[in-house]
Write a protein of this length. Structure first.
Length: 209
């Protein structure tokens, strides 16, 4: 029988762990915090219920490696990756490995709580299955140029790089980005990436030289 749901926080920063614990406990969640992925895995059992919020960059075992280990153990706990500036490509890799979402630091409390609610819904229903027609329809509603911008966003490329790759101005990239987010009914980059990956969007390759 599964244990009561908990949010498992994994971050090597003491201050981050303390602030997340305070926020989540105030929101009514049961919380357990760990300073490393190894410490969490040391107390892991298959009957744990809830979700994991883990920093993508940690010493010894990072969030990506933790996600890979969870897949190996066939864990039911969905993982939300916390990323710093410039870590979007790493977060996308984690999502390809099975993480359900990512949030960028510094993050808004409401965004974090919404991500946790989504993760808990996934954990209660698990298997994900093929992408729903509604997700595919959102991506299909985009113009060809918006799809190109989306592919670069999923690859973690900033607006300036996307502008160079597509030979358009950064301002034009901003316009396309705003339009595709409106059509996909999202407000943040993590939501864009989550839907795009669910719909099978392939990240764009960056030119070299």
């Amino acid at each position: 029988m599964n244990l009561p749901e908990k949010i498992f926080i994994i971050d090597d920063d003491d201050a981050v762990r303390a602030s997340l614990c305070a926020l989540l406990e105030a929101a009514g969640f049961g919380v357990a915090a760990f300073a490393s992925a190894a410490a969490f895995l040391g107390s892991y059992s298959a009957d744990l219920a809830g979700c994991i919020v883990a920093d993508i960059r940690m010493p010894e075992m990072d969030g990506l490696e933790l996600q890979q280990e969870l897949v190996r153990r066939r864990a039911r706990l969905p993982l939300i990756a916390m990323t710093g500036h410039g870590d979007v490509p790493l977060a996308v890799r984690a999502m390809k490995e099975g993480a359900v979402d990512f949030i960028e630091k510094p993050f808004d409390a409401d965004d974090l709580l919404a991500a946790i609610e989504r993760a808990l819904e996934i954990s209660r229903s698990r298997p994900a299955g093929p992408p729903g027609q509604d997700v595919l329809a959102l991506v299909e509603s985009l113009t060809s140029r918006e799809k190109q911008v989306l592919e670069h966003l999923v690859a973690g490329h900033p607006n300036k790089v996307i502008a160079y790759e597509l030979d358009i101005s950064p301002r034009t990239v901003e316009v396309h980005r705003a339009h595709l987010m409106e059509k996909m009914k999202v407000r943040s980059l993590p939501e864009v990436v989550r839907i795009a990956l669910a719909a099978g969007v392939v990240p764009a390759e960056k030119r070299t030289g």
